[in-house]
Design a protein around this ligand. Structure first.
Ligand SMILES: [Zn+2]
Length: 960
């Protein structure tokens, strides 16, 4: 009969609600405050969203079983423009979007009609996502739910922004931002197609002069103007002559457009082909000489200004392009070619490990063939970084001579900017980036707007220190955070449109979505009281928030102004002080360059150090059958649909079992079905075994109990490291193979008195399964005879004195010998009449122990080992069998270190006695009896002279 998954899941969810299982209030226990980035409700969740929340839930459930008072809350992020954009498209009766609502998201017609109102979209998907989270069994304290447009939340954000402004961390000014020219709004990750966080780089435009034209070139290395030998132009590109704030500039079409967004008045004057400038001479700023413009195909109109300055001594591209001209002179006039040939690189930077012309050296190292070789990028990267961090400017660099590149760069920039010999250009990294509306994003300098000053040096310093002192999983992400902290600059924190909180001092502006979502974890404490109407928006003021979050302040005044009792005020304060700081913050990797870093910055700005976050845990994305999930691929499975079809637990496991944190998980339905079967079998087993004190422990019980302890401690170590795939692997598969072996052993012996031990093993297994598959684990727990809930059970702990290493070794010997018999039968394809086993001679056992001791000491040299064996009377027989030593070394090395150490600990074992247990197994599996002889037994039956090949733990086998 088909198992009623949905019924079981409903039953336990209902039970959790009735017993208020996941509601966390302060108590005597130690707490864990586990949070995850709240969802943006503009669509229902699909399988991909499920991963981060499921990982967080497993984490929360694990800590609960470890005895902590765990708070895992959830809110909904309404703030921002994407929902606004959707509402507008509904108003415009956008067919594609409405069709997606209907068929993909299955929104009822009635609701779609209301979607011209942005809040209606948000609240519809809010409920949809929340239902999905409940159906997934997430152990959330729903009393603390809120949305970012709730009136008290608005007050909280106003308070936060006044705090930041008082600390000069919100500033008014003009700074570059990623921008959608169509929407006339700054863009961040939420707003772009493919959810990319727009980041950009500042280039210095060096102004070269030709007659009355300015020919600007973009560079990251302004100090290299001292080494310019020529300019590069693409002869086939049509350039624009534009009037830029009163000067005549020659730039590519793309560059002219970029300049318009940078506070410049740009007027088109004329167009001109690149070829027209080839051979012309330009004046280099700050130097007396003129240099020539040469043609080059590597110059792209979309990069920089479409014209490039050439520094062949230090820029591999420039060096190579010059070489290419010299080699392939036929496309170029003779006098130009002669000129090009006469150009000598000007070396201006001395770096350890490089000679006069570093560019030439790296080109040779990277085996670059011509200016279109892909390896040029790598050569350039390597040289730039070496010269930037290790280079010193030579005597030919004027007032900068003798200084290091790394600390001169800013001064050179200031100097040429001051003399009006340069300007600044911003370029989006990894462009083009498109806004959700389809327009290509640009970098715009926003004037007189509000910015969070992430350029602030002290703030950055604290952010680095917080990141470097916190736990980050996986560890390799730490560097990424430090990198982001370094490149972050002023960030526009307000928008003119969208849902959200108005800037308290300038009501024309709305705090944007990545700025109102940085310290909201603190708000979960308040939300519980807001939802009970014990905190009312009209009554709260800044002193109230100060009191709750920092303690102190004039309680009496707050009590009267905020119309709240003293007791309640103290209770809320105590609750905050109990749950804060955040112990773990979970999120997808895509939020590293924005949300997670802002979360750190703003906690530092607002809260004292004891409330700074303790841990960040980042996970990769989910693929569907190996492909990226996307609407356009048509492979998005809405989460709630999947739950209805397969059940929540199988989906949870299928998401988690294919990958560790940072890897991309691969979800596929075959895995879901396999897991479902496995869980159903486990459930069946749980009804079979009743709790009975285990008596009459035989060898196989001692072994199973030992394996149980080992699996408990291995699983626990994996959980502590959040290696969930590994933990699940133990719980689902390793347990299975041990139980199967045990079953085989007791079947062979026809034993029936074994349900006690199996109940013990299953109980631990079910308990460790429960964070992953909470519903079915409750059902199993009940079947095992428990009356309490497994969600509140104690996480099993390994009991060391229940580990009997001798029994583990004996079973391993039995298992491997059975394996060997099976393999021989497979290869020889004979039907066995008799099986004979030979255990090794006693000198071999002694030799084995000597070799093992030496290997543990680190001695692997066969010659040395042989010598010491021969020197010993007990083992000198090895002389006659030198292969034995070699094979034994390999036997030992193929085992993990703990197994080797266990062998040392146990010392001599009686293999003959152990292998006598094989008889019942062999009879059961192969229908024949076995005989066990010692190699030294003179009476042994050994027609094929097999016995002499026996080695310790590797008995010889004869099958007839
Ligand atoms: Zn747009």
């Amino acid at each position: 009969m088909e198992l009623d998954w949905s019924g079981i899941e409903k039953k336990w969810r209902q039970r959790w609600i009735e017993t208020k299982q996941f509601e966390a209030d302060p108590n005597k226990k130690e707490k864990k405050f586990i949070t995850v980035a709240y969802p943006y409700p503009n669509s229902p969740q699909h399988i991909g969203h499920g991963r981060t929340y499921t990982i967080t839930d497993v984490h929360a459930r694990y800590y609960r079983m470890k005895g902590y008072n765990v708070l895992f809350p959830m809110g909904f992020h309404y703030t921002g423009t994407p929902i606004l954009g959707m509402a507008r498209r509904v108003q415009e009766e956008d067919k594609e979007l409405i069709e997606a609502f209907r068929t993909l998201y299955k929104v009822p017609e009635q609701n779609i009609k209301e979607f011209s109102e942005p809040v209606k979209i948000a609240s519809y998907f809010h409920q949809e996502i929340k239902s999905g989270m409940m159906e997934m069994g997430y152990s959330i304290d729903w009393r603390r739910e809120f949305t970012t447009i709730d009136p008290v939340y608005n007050k909280f954000i106003e308070w936060q922004f006044r705090k930041l402004k008082n600390k000069n961390l919100v500033i008014q000014g003009s700074h570059p931002v990623g921008w959608c020219p169509k929407d006339q709004n700054p863009v961040s990750q939420h707003d772009t197609l493919g959810d990319v966080e727009p980041s950009f780089t500042e280039y210095i435009l060096v102004k070269f002069k030709y007659e009355n034209y300015i020919i600007p070139t973009a560079t990251l290395r302004p100090e290299t103007i001292f080494g310019v030998t020529n300019l590069w132009i693409n002869p086939t590109v049509t350039y624009k002559i534009v009037d830029v704030d009163g000067e005549r500039w020659v730039v590519s079409t793309e560059c002219a457009r970029k300049l318009e967004f940078l506070n410049k008045k740009v007027v088109l004057v004329d167009e001109i082909k690149g070829i027209e400038f080839v051979g012309k001479k330009v004046k280099v700023p700050e130097r007396t000489e003129e240099v020539i413009i040469l043609p080059a195909s590597f110059v792209k109109s979309e990069n920089g200004t479409g014209i490039v300055m050439s520094v062949p001594a230090h820029a591999p591209f420039d060096y190579q392009a010059l070489e290419d001209i010299k080699k392939d002179g036929k496309n170029i006039e003779q006098n130009l070619l002669n000129f090009a040939k006469s150009i000598k690189p000007i070396s201006i930077i001395q770096t350890d490990g490089y000679g006069e012309i570093p560019a030439k050296e790296v080109i040779e190292k990277f085996k670059v063939e011509n200016q279109n070789s892909p390896s040029l990028e790598d050569a350039t990267k390597e040289l730039y970084s070496k010269e930037f961090y290790g280079g010193k400017l030579k005597q030919n660099t004027g007032q900068f001579a003798g200084r290091t590149v790394v600390d001169t760069k800013e001064d050179v920039k200031k100097w040429i900017l001051q003399n009006n010999n340069a300007d600044v250009l911003f370029e989006l990294n990894d462009g083009p980036i498109r806004c959700r509306c389809g327009a290509e994003c640009v970098v715009k300098i926003l004037n007189n707007q509000w910015f969070l000053d992430y350029s602030n040096k002290n703030w950055k310093k604290d952010a680095h220190s917080c990141i470097n002192n916190m736990k980050i999983l996986p560890e390799e992400i730490r560097g990424e955070f430090n990198y982001v902290i370094d490149w972050l600059r002023e960030r526009a924190c307000a928008r003119q449109h969208g849902l959200g909180t108005k800037l308290p001092w300038d009501k024309d502006w709305i705090v944007e979505s990545l700025s109102d979502s940085v310290i909201y974890m603190a708000y979960y404490i308040l939300a519980k009281y807001v939802n009970k109407n014990q905190i009312v928006a009209e009554n709260v003021n800044d002193e109230f928030f100060d009191y709750i979050f920092f303690g102190g302040g004039n309680a009496k005044k707050i009590v009267s102004e905020c119309k709240i009792t003293k007791e309640l005020l103290e209770q809320i304060r105590d609750e905050f002080a109990y749950f804060y700081p955040v112990n773990a913050r979970h999120s997808g990797r895509d939020l590293v360059p924005n949300h997670l870093t802002f979360f750190v910055f703003n906690h530092i700005a607002i809260f004292p150090e004891k409330y700074w976050p303790e841990e960040i845990i980042v996970n990769g994305s989910v693929m569907m059958d190996g492909k990226k999930m996307s609407k356009s691929m048509g492979n998005i499975i809405p989460l709630r649909d999947a739950i209805r079809t397969y059940g929540a637990d199988p989906i949870r496991l299928a998401i988690l079992i294919s990958a560790e944190l940072l890897q991309d998980a691969d979800f596929n339905l075959e895995a879901v079905r396999g897991i479902k079967n496995k869980l159903e079998n486990m459930l069946e087993d749980c009804s079979k075994y009743k709790l009975k004190p285990a008596t009459n422990l035989q060898q196989e019980e001692r072994w199973l109990q030992s394996r149980l302890q080992q699996l408990i401690s291995e699983t626990t170590v994996s959980m502590e490291k959040m290696r969930l795939r590994e933990a699940l692997h133990y719980v689902l598969y390793e347990f299975d193979s041990d139980i199967q072996w045990y079953q085989k052993r007791i079947d062979a012996k026809n034993r029936a008195d074994t349900t006690g031990i199996l109940q013990e093993v299953l109980s631990a297994r079910v308990a460790m399964l429960s964070p992953f598959a909470p519903h079915i684990a409750e059902e199993m727990w009940e079947k095992l005879g428990n009356t309490d809930s497994v969600s509140k059970a104690t996480w099993p702990s390994a009991i060391d004195n229940k580990i009997d290493i001798a029994s583990i070794q004996s079973e391993n010997l039995l298992k491997s010998t059975m394996e060997d018999i099976k393999n021989i039968l497979k290869v020889t394809k004979i039907t066995p009449r008799r099986i004979i086993i030979y255990t090794s001679d006693s000198w071999k056992v002694k030799a084995y122990q000597k070799i093992l001791a030496n290997i543990i000491k680190g001695e692997l040299n066969i010659g040395v080992l042989m010598k010491s064996l021969i020197a010993d009377k007990e083992t000198e027989l090895v002389k006659k069998d030198p292969e034995f030593a070699k094979k034994t070394v390999n036997d030992i090395l193929s085992e993990p270190a703990p197994a080797r150490e266990a062998k040392v600990k146990i010392g001599l074992v009686d293999e003959k006695k152990i292998l006598s247990e094989l008889d019942s197994l062999v009879q059961k599996d192969f229908g024949v009896t076995i005989q066990v002889f010692s190699e030294s037994d003179p009476e042994k039956y050994d027609p094929k002279n097999k016995a002499r090949t026996a080695r310790p733990f590797k008995p010889a086998i004869l099958i007839e």
